[in-house]
Design a binder for this molecule. Structure first.
Ligand SMILES: NC(=O)c1ccc[n+]([C@@H]2O[C@H](COP(=O)([O-])OP(=O)(O)OC[C@H]3O[C@@H](n4cnc5c(N)ncnc54)[C@H](OP(=O)(O)O)[C@@H]3O)[C@@H](O)[C@H]2O)c1
Length: 257
């Protein structure tokens, strides 16, 4: 299994928290010597801790931490500046994992301020599109290089959830965006992958939700084993990428057969 992804450059956004850390650890175990992993979040301290852990597990890989706000133009530019370029690259893997839930105390009729709403799109939709464009532009199609883009999605991309309007709309927009990418760029493998419910900050939000029904559903998931273990989800995603038989542009849920 070690090195099974080949000599890889992986860009993993939103790598500072629990689940994303599990994904990074599993990822490096499958990269070949000489590969590089760029991890990003807006919190430098947690990135440094993860980077030390990864370096200990795989001293033969290059790990680059970049602490930036992906929601801004300067952040995207900075990420491109520090992008490692390992020689004899076999695989480019861009995983869009960074994301936020938005204000779940508001119904749609409460979102009257365009600045607030545009701020949400900037990180959760716009940066995903522009980062994809820049990374694919920096690594054009070439013989022997497999390019894959992964959109970490959610059931909320296809199922409306009261009070989660920003999150549902953002995930739906991303899912369509990546389906279009698959149509436009047949040389790029594109996957939207929805993990099952994970016990992270995002699931910690029922406390912030004022809709009673929604609160109860989320709390039931939290306390009845529905929440999926981070490493199980991460392993399933990496197995899918390695098998590479998914339809490009598809939206696949953790619970799909
Ligand atoms: N949790 C679930 O049940 C669940 C279910 C389905 C899908 N998902 C999806 O899985 C992904 C990860 O979710 P999670 O639950 O692990 O969320 P999380 O624990 O809140 O992690 C979100 C990540 O995004 C980063 N981030 C937030 N704002 C950022 C910014 N402006 N610039 C750069 N990085 C930023 C965070 O790092 P910093 O705060 O340190 O910047 C963190 O690493 C998300 O796309 C989410 O939609 C989650």
């Amino acid at each position: 299994m070690e090195g099974s992804l080949g000599r890889t450059l992986c860009i993993l956004t939103g790598a500072s928290r629990a689940f994303n850390r599990s994904l990074a650890l599993l990822l490096v175990s499958r990269m070949a010597a000489g590969s590089a992993l760029l991890i990003n979040s807006s919190n430098y301290g947690t990135l440094r801790t993860l980077s030390a852990q990864l370096g200990k597990a795989r001293p033969d890989l290059q790990v680059v931490c970049v602490s930036i706000n992906l929601g801004g133009q300067a952040g995207l530019q900075r990420l491109l500046e520090v992008l490692p370029r390992p020689p004899d690259l076999q695989r480019l893997l861009l995983i869009h994992d960074a994301g936020t839930l938005g204000d779940v105390s508001k119904h749609i009729v409460d979102f009257a301020d365009p600045e607030e709403v545009n701020g949400y799109w900037a990180l959760n939709v716009t940066s995903t599109l522009c980062l994809t464009a820049r990374i694919l532009g920096a690594f054009p199609s070439s013989p022997g290089l497999k390019r894959t883009v992964v959109n970490i999605s959610s059931l909320c991309a296809v199922k409306p959830t009261k009070l989660w309007s920003l999150y549902c709309t953002g995930k739906a927009a991303r899912s369509m965006m990546f389906s279009v990418l698959a149509e436009e760029e047949p040389s790029v493998r594109v996957l939207s992958y929805a993990p099952g419910p994970l016990d992270t900050e995002i699931q910690g939000s029922p406390q912030k939700t004022k809709d009673l029904e929604e609160k109860q559903t989320l709390n039931q998931a939290r306390f009845s084993q529905i929440l999926v273990d981070w490493s199980v989800y991460a392993k399933k995603l990496l197995d899918l990428l390695e098998e590479d038989t998914f339809e490009s542009g598809a939206h696949i849920d953790f619970f799909d057969e």
